[in-house]
Design a protein around this ligand. Structure first.
Ligand code: SAM
Length: 232
């Protein structure tokens, strides 16, 4: 269970109404029951239910059961697509160990709004499901031009460009350190975006293979490619 609260031995943790409902009514847990909790910073903890009612309750942190495991410093930047498939991208990024997920508005992005809180909740749920201790931060929808305008070049960009289609890139030999993967929208990249990205020294343009992948597939494929070669 994800708890937005510092975790330390003997720490009392107030449950939110939703958490209390989940533990009491869905999981049918009562006082004394033990559950595993994490907050994204302090590893995984064993906690005991002290008091529980339908919409409130309290846990007591007992002991740490696993250390904090942070992912490598990898961001996933993507242009939002249809709602369910955007949810999928965030969920898979959390599972595959992205440290940050940044939705961007590109010239061919159809979706002009996202529910950041909803996407963040998906990231939490994905971390809970796969037993992770880290939850990636989901950013606000930002225009790509603004993001690139303030880009810190020490973070390299792995730019998936469908126009390169050919054998999938191998990332062997690329420098380590912080990276960001950049995936375009269903409509692909515009020529001016291609010119701008091509002019940036910190950008490596890659093919993900000879077939054009859907944006959600491209996100997962590029995360796997990066993790296989540059991840830990
Ligand atoms: N509308 C574009 C077209 O027909 O050429 C396709 C865009 S694709 C569905 C969405 C994004 O996934 C692309 O902008 C790119 O970032 C990535 N992508 C998909 N297939 C790729 C490939 N074979 N190589 C590199 N990137 C790819």
């Amino acid at each position: 269970l994800f708890i937005d609260h510092p975790l330390a031995e003997g720490q009392a943790i107030a449950l939110t109404p939703d958490q209390a409902h989940y533990l009491a009514s869905v999981m049918r847990q009562g006082p004394g029951a033990e559950i595993l909790v994490f907050n994204g910073r302090d590893g995984e903890w064993l906690a005991r239910i002290g008091r529980i009612a339908k919409r409130s309750g309290e846990l007591l942190a007992v002991s740490r059961t696993a250390p904090q495991l942070d992912p490598p410093d990898l961001w996933l930047i993507f242009a939002p697509i249809k709602k369910a498939r955007t949810d999928f991208i965030v969920e898979k990024a959390a599972e595959m160990g992205a440290a940050r997920v940044l939705p961007v508005q590109t010239e061919h992005t159809n979706s002009e709004r996202i529910r950041q809180d909803r996407l963040q909740a998906h990231a939490v749920e994905a971390a809970e499901q796969c037993g992770g201790t880290f939850v990636p931060e989901v950013g606000e929808l930002t225009p790509l031009s603004r993001l690139l305008g303030g880009w810190e070049p020490a973070r390299r960009i792995l730019w998936a460009d469908e126009a390169l289609a050919g054998p999938a890139a191998t990332l062997r030999g690329l420098p380590g350190g912080p990276w960001a993967i950049l995936i375009g929208p269903e409509g692909g990249w515009s020529e001016s975006e291609r010119r701008r990205l091509s002019a940036m020294e910190c950008v490596t343009r890659v093919s993900l293979g000879p077939r054009i992948l859907r944006a959600d597939t491209a996100a997962v494929a590029s995360l796997a490619l990066w993790q296989a070669e540059l991840g830990d």
